[in-house]
Ligand binder design. Structure first.
Ligand code: ADP
Length: 263
């Protein structure tokens, strides 16, 4: 049976077992950043940034290179700590990186431009690795990773190493891995940066599908206009400050087809 044909069966099995679909997690969490300041030596990466991301919103942070986008994303995910200001996720202050293991495991998932998959582990092994050191036992790790592989359309690549996958497939595995712990916020740094435009479109379609199904808040850093097109709202940083922001008003599907028609 192909992966595509197996997906409905697998999802039905999950629903039967748990009484609810895979989608039914805790839902998205609100993210707030208030007057956030961050410097690296003499470089002021963020100079008083305030942003609120309502639960389940898809926000794109855009702006020129060096404007502080990744710094802000890393602070939200507790990969680094701000010099001043407050960041909260689900109403809780983001903990110091030294004490953030539980926070990163339970609340946020990361996707990076260069995927950061473990090269010696298979696609399935990479997803299961995200569930190690949790209370999820080996059988459930296998089951959950299979479900996620099916959802991203890669069940038939479960045993492949990252080097045996295309860029788009690696990013799909990275997305599945980021969702393994059912995060309430997905943070993605230039997720289409290493992909050709067709693969980037597919990756964005997949991200949109997974967001619909899992209901998490999504914050994507990107200077790619097609990523901004998919978002509910766009915040543009310039020189470490919010320069402007706008809500997308056209439904994403119409925007995507308008773009295609425009060539
Ligand atoms: P963007 O993601 O918009 O390209 P970054 O947030 O990566 O911008 O960087 C903002 C500024 O902070 C840049 O000038 C960058 O060189 C600097 N910077 C970022 N991280 C570090 C770091 N770990 N050490 C020193 N400087 C850094």
């Amino acid at each position: 049976m192909t992966a595509t044909r197996r997906l409905p069966t697998m999802l039905a099995r999950v629903r039967n077992r748990s009484g609810r679909g895979l989608a039914a997690g805790q839902g998205g969490a609100t993210v707030t950043a208030q007057d956030v300041v961050k410097s690296y030596g003499p470089i002021d990466a963020l100079r008083g940034v305030s942003v609120t991301v309502p639960a389940s919103e898809f926000l794109t942070i855009t702006g020129p290179s060096g404007s502080g986008k990744s710094t802000l994303l890393n602070l939200i995910g507790s990969l680094d700590r701000p010099d001043a200001g407050t960041i909260t996720v689900a109403g809780r202050a983001v903990p110091d990186p030294r004490h953030a293991v539980e926070f990163r495991r339970r609340l946020v998932g990361f996707v990076f431009q260069d995927y950061l998959l473990l090269p010696r582990l298979t696609a399935q092994g990479n997803i299961e690795a995200a569930l190690l050191a949790t209370s999820v036992g080996p059988r459930d790790r296998r089951r959950r990773s299979s479900e996620l592989l099916a959802e991203v359309g890669l069940l038939d690549r479960a045993g492949h190493l990252p080097s045996e996958l295309s860029g788009g497939q690696r990013q799909a595995v990275a997305l599945a891995r980021a969702l393994a712990n059912r995060p309430r916020v997905l943070l993605a740094d230039e997720p289409t940066g290493a992909l050709d435009s067709a693969s980037a479109e597919r990756a964005l379609d997949l991200l949109a599908t997974m967001r619909r199904r899992h209901g998490m808040t999504v914050v994507v850093v990107s200077h790619d206009a097609t990523v901004a097109e998919r978002a509910d709202r766009v915040v543009r940083l310039v020189d470490g400050q919010v320069a402007d922001e706008w809500k997308q008003t056209t439904p994403p599907r119409s925007r995507a087809s308008a773009l295609r028609e425009a060539g």
